[in-house]
Design a binder for this molecule. Structure first.
Ligand SMILES: Cc1ncc(COP(=O)(O)O)c(C=O)c1O
Length: 395
């Protein structure tokens, strides 16, 4: 009676079950996988949430692509990151995840295909599957700083491929797309009539200064139909407010037609609440202190990793992969245990929760992923335990 595309394997992941059991026993855990920004003592969201109580929100005046003031605020935000977009080319949704679904509906018929980076964020299959869209991975080469393998990407394009997804900075590698890669990606997209969907939700979270060879944003890209995505869940650390956006650019006729169709899709749901749209200009204008606090947290936690590795001496068996930005770090660990084995050992013996690299489709075994937004003291303790335990078990 129910569809094949929703016949998911919903068996609980063994590690998740083990963590839940440890919690149920009352074990104190240091959770290095926490990515919910409202749970890491980083932001007091009450003043921002209070902005939603403004009386203007009492009147419902639906606007399919979003209220003008909110779309103008997105255009100013995009400009602050080096992009140029006409507010009329901005579409709002309840989240970037919802926008992905709309873009799959806009770009793909059932059975069409979309290219996704490997490694990357594991939600794509859940977003594409229900829309009847198939995914093909294209490799990011770890040894080359997760550069796109352009030849492999070109080979992965099929007659039914409709879009090229990229995440910049990527989750979990933290790499921004380089300018030369971006140029090649846009040319490839134009050559094969593909749209570019650039997920830039972590674009504000650069570690230090962005190297000159990295592209800050795809917003405003002209050479191919491009959707640059962002949203409040990361930009303002307010996932509970439910607002994401897409900046549409490219060849004029394509942009106009895409926006006209997105307007119909958005009008069918009108999923973004009026209060959050009206509050968006103030939310974005006031994000500076939260951004600074978050950047300081990311820097402190990266430094804690490096300190723990240094304390392990020159033969320390744990290594941190270089990263440009984002909320995650990848640790390379010896392959004396597989990733699940390490995650289990760290949980059972140290009370430290980490993610195995395979969650993100890394190219081989031997990696653990940690969240860099965890509160500093807990993070430092968790990482010290992790490095010491891995080092001890590897000798
Ligand atoms: C790369 C990336 N894109 C999108 C999202 C989801 O964002 P939203 O809350 O706007 O759906 C996440 C969440 O972790 C993410 O890591």
């Amino acid at each position: 009676m129910l569809s094949r595309r929703t016949a998911w394997d919903r068996t609980e992941n063994a590690l998740t079950a083990r963590v839940a059991a440890a919690r149920a026993r009352g074990q104190r855990l240091i959770d290095l996988t926490e990515t919910n920004p409202t749970r890491v003592d980083l932001v007091d969201a009450r003043p921002q949430v209070a902005l939603l109580g403004h009386p203007r929100g009492a009147i419902y005046e639906p606007a399919s692509l979003g209220h003008a003031s909110a779309r103008e605020a997105v255009a100013r935000y995009v400009a602050s990151r080096g992009g140029a977009i006409d507010p009329a080319h901005v579409v709002l949704a309840a989240s970037t995840s919802e926008l992905y679904a709309w873009l799959f509906q806009l770009l793909c018929d059932a059975g069409d295909r979309v290219l996704v980076p490997r490694p990357s964020y594991p939600l794509f299959q859940w977003l594409a599957g229900p829309e009847g869209v198939e995914l093909d991975g294209y490799p990011l080469v770890r040894e080359a700083g997760f550069r796109v393998d352009l030849d492999a990407l070109e080979r992965a394009v099929r007659p039914t491929t409709r879009a090229l997804l990229l995440v910049s900075p990527n989750n979990p590698t933290g790499t921004f797309v380089r300018r030369d890669e971006a140029e090649a990606l846009v040319a490839l997209a134009a050559r094969h009539d593909l749209a570019i969907v650039a997920d830039e939700v972590f674009g504000d979270f650069v570690h230090g200064a962005l190297p000159a060879d990295r592209l800050p944003t795809f917003a405003g890209t002209e050479g191919a139909l491009t959707f640059a995505l962002g949203g409040l869940s990361k930009v303002c650390l307010l996932p509970q407010l439910k607002l994401g956006w897409g900046a549409v650019s490219g060849p004029r006729a394509l942009v106009d037609e895409a926006l006209a169709r997105l307007e119909v899709l958005a009008d069918t749901y009108l999923s973004v609440s009026t209060p959050v749209q009206l509050a968006l200009p103030e939310l974005l204008d006031a994000r500076g202190p939260t951004l600074e606090r978050t950047r300081a947290r990311l820097a402190a936690n990266l430094a804690a990793i490096d300190r723990a590795i240094e304390a392990g001496g020159p033969s320390c068996t744990v290594r941190r992969l270089p990263t440009d930005g984002g909320w995650t770090a990848i640790l390379e660990v010896p392959r004396v245990l597989d990733e699940d084995g390490w995650a289990r050992l760290l949980l059972d013996e140290q009370g430290v929760v980490v993610q195995p690299g395979w969650f993100y489709d890394l190219d081989r075994d031997g990696f653990l992923v940690v969240s860099l937004i965890v509160a500093e003291a807990a993070f430092a303790e968790g990482i010290e335990r992790l490095v010491a335990a891995v080092d001890h078990a590897s000798r």
